[in-house]
Structure formats: C-alpha cells, structure tokens
Design a protein around this ligand. Structure first.
Ligand SMILES: NC(=O)c1ccc[n+]([C@@H]2O[C@H](COP(=O)([O-])OP(=O)(O)OC[C@H]3O[C@@H](n4cnc5c(N)ncnc54)[C@H](OP(=O)(O)O)[C@@H]3O)[C@@H](O)[C@H]2O)c1
Length: 330
C-alpha cells in the first residue's frame, strides 16, 4: 500500500484508510456484526490500511471500544484518528467545544481505544458558543502532554451548519486560518467524492499549499458510487440514507449515469466502480487520503486494492464530464 505523509511532520498512513463509522453508526443497525467488523479491521491492518478513522460519538462510544479490541494487540501497526466535540443529544447532535469537555473526552477515548496516545485528534464540530481558538488551544495542550500526536479539523457538514444559522458566520477556511495561528492543523476531514466534488474548489488546494493532509470522508458517496445499491430498495429508518435527498428512489435512478460512467472506466482497468471512485479521490493530490467506510472484510480488501489503480488523463477527463449529481441537502 502506498504510504502518504500526514501533516507536515513525521506521521504517515496508507493512502486508503478505513472509515469505521458504519461498524457502529449511521447505517442500519440490524446489518452490523461485531465479529465481521473485527475481521474487517484486522484485514485492513494486514493490507497496510493503517488510518483507522473513528469518533467518540460513533455508537456513541461503541466504535472506539471495538477499535480498542484490535489496537490492544496491534497498536503499532495503526494510525488512530478519533474526534471530540460532538455529542449525541436526545433529539439531535450537539456541539460541545468547551476546553474541559475536550480534555475529558480525550482521556475517555484513550481508555476506550486501549492506547496511551492518539495519532490524530480531531475537532468534530465547531461549537458556536465557544471561540474555536479556545477549543483548539485545549487540544494543543493535549499534544504538549503527549496524549495526542497531531490535530485535525473536521469540516463535514460545515456548510449545512452555517446555512441552518448555527452561529458559524466564518467560512471553513476562515476558521482554519484562525486555528492555524494557535497550533498547526495536520489534517482536514471533509466530504470528497465523484458526486460531491465541492471541496476541490478551495479546501483541497488550501490544504495542499500548507502541508495539511486532506482526509476524504464519504468517498464512495455513502455506498452509491459502488453501484451495489438498487434504486427503490429502500433503507431502514435508522439508516442515514433514509433521510438523504440523493437516496430517494427517484434521485438514485436519476443519478445512475454517474455509476454507469464509473463502470465504463472500471471496465478498462478490470476494476469495480467503487475502486475507480477511490482512485479518483487519490488522484486529487498526494496529500489526500481516502477514507471509505466499511464493516465488511470483502469491501476492505476491494477498497485497499484501489490504491494501486492509476487513472489515466483520459479516465479523469471522462469522469470530469459526468453529469453533476442531482439532489442535495440545500
Ligand atoms: N467527520 C465527519 O463528520 C464524518 C462524517 C461522515 C463520515 N465520516 C468518515 O468518513 C468515512 C466514510 O464515510 P461513510 O462511511 O459515511 O461513506 P462511504 O465511505 O462513502 O460509504 C460507506 C458505505 O459504502 C459501503 N461500501 C464500502 N465499500 C464498498 C464496496 N467496495 N462495495 C460496496 N459497498 C461498499 C459500506 O458498506 P458496509 O458498511 O456494509 O461495509 C457503507 O455502507 C466514515 O466511516 C467516517 O470515518 C466523517
């Protein structure tokens, strides 16, 4: 597996990482299996898929506990990324960026992950009630204390949060500039995929110019870009896609030309559409790491192999010419 540098320091991880969220959160609970997830995690490390991306709120807490069972034996092989600052409330998710809360969250994550250091500690969501510099300053102290190696900033959902009037009046880059003045940002995690390329306009180049890694969340379009989901199949109510505007039967049917395009490119390489979607993400810069989420060993193996798939300029041109995705959160 190709290894990519994380941030400007001495840290590195496999170009394809593993988003561990589907093992405990966001996708249908009845389809989860702890044993299969453990097999997936072990296969990932065997293949050099070292960046394991989790968060305290996935589960909540159970995702970190699951990872801890593997890290207990294989810590040295993994690059552990976890997040704090977002809590599961009774009605909805709540941002909490108070320094005391972030310090406690770090200690709790270390215990659940069965490790004494977190490679990348990320701010999951900015708390509109707490100046982001204060939260970031508390996170920086955790680096000084040796509990954390580097800091990451999640920008998933930032636009939606601003649109909803959640008090974030600054742009993501504006906020990144502010925290950079307090302590270096090693990585930014945000959505990037063939059907959600918006980060290419500003965020991906901003990171490239500053030695900041870009961790591509949802690189498979929540599974859509793999071509394995059938329009109209439906999702159980606890699956995030049941409420996602792009996953109505109508929108899934309307967006099939995107999958068909990926399938055409895949056919020329003896690959799958999902592998082409991941290779496209990796082609956006040497500072990009793809974080496909999966809880099945089979998918982990398939996704890891995408690191060896080199798209040609003609492939990339063909993908750039695919129609934009229909259906959005706007
Ligand atoms: N920071 C944030 O706020 C934030 C938000 C969202 C996501 N993320 C991170 O980004 C990661 C990726 O996002 P995501 O998991 O939501 O979306 P994703 O990677 O775009 O898609 C995940 C879905 O694709 C399926 N899948 C994976 N590989 C496949 C393959 N080769 N063939 C067919 N299906 C395949 C998975 O199935 P199975 O699960 O059944 O294996 C899962 O349902 C997350 O796990 C998380 O670590 C972060």
């Amino acid at each position: 597996m190709e290894v990519r540098t994380i941030g400007a320091g001495a840290l590195s991880a496999g170009a394809v990482g593993l988003g561990c969220m589907p093992m405990s959160w966001a996708y249908t609970a009845s389809r989860r299996s702890g044993e299969e997830s453990l097999r997936a995690l072990n296969a990932a490390l065997d293949l050099g898929v070292t960046l394991l991306d989790t968060a305290d709120m996935y589960g909540p807490f159970t995702n970190e506990l699951l990872l801890g069972r593997v890290l207990k034996e294989r810590r040295a092989e993994a690059f552990v990324s976890t997040k704090a600052g977002l809590l599961v409330g009774e009605q909805h998710l709540v941002a909490d960026g108070r320094p005391s809360r972030v310090r406690r969250a770090c200690d709790a994550s270390l215990r659940r992950l069965q490790t004494d250091v977190i490679d990348l500690f990320q701010l999951h969501r900015e708390d509109p009630e707490v100046p982001v510099e204060e939260t970031w300053g508390a996170m920086a102290e955790l680096v000084t204390a040796g509990k954390v190696r580097a800091l990451g900033f999640c920008a998933v959902g930032a636009r939606a949060q601003r649109r909803a009037g959640a008090g974030l009046h600054d742009t993501t880059i504006g906020r990144l500039r502010r925290v950079q003045q307090v302590f270096p940002v090693a990585a930014v995690e945000a959505e990037l995929s063939v059907w959600s390329p918006e980060a290419l306009a500003e965020l991906v180049p901003w990171c490239a110019a500053r030695g900041v890694s870009f961790l591509a969340a949802m690189p498979l379009g929540n599974g859509f870009l793999t071509g394995t989901l059938r329009p109209g199949e439906g999702f159980e109510p606890d699956d995030v896609r049941a409420r996602h505007p792009r996953f109505t039967a109508e929108m899934m049917a309307a967006n099939q030309p995107i999958v068909a395009g990926l399938r055409r490119v895949a056919g020329r390489h003896g690959a799958t559409p999902g592998q082409v979607a991941l290779a496209w993400v990796l082609a956006q810069g040497a500072h990009v790491v793809a974080l496909p989420g999966a809880k099945h060993e089979r998918w982990v193996r398939e996704n890891a192999a995408a690191a060896d798939l080199r798209l040609t300029p003609a492939d990339l041109g063909e993908i750039a010419g695919l129609p934009p995705a229909l259906g959005s959160w706007d």
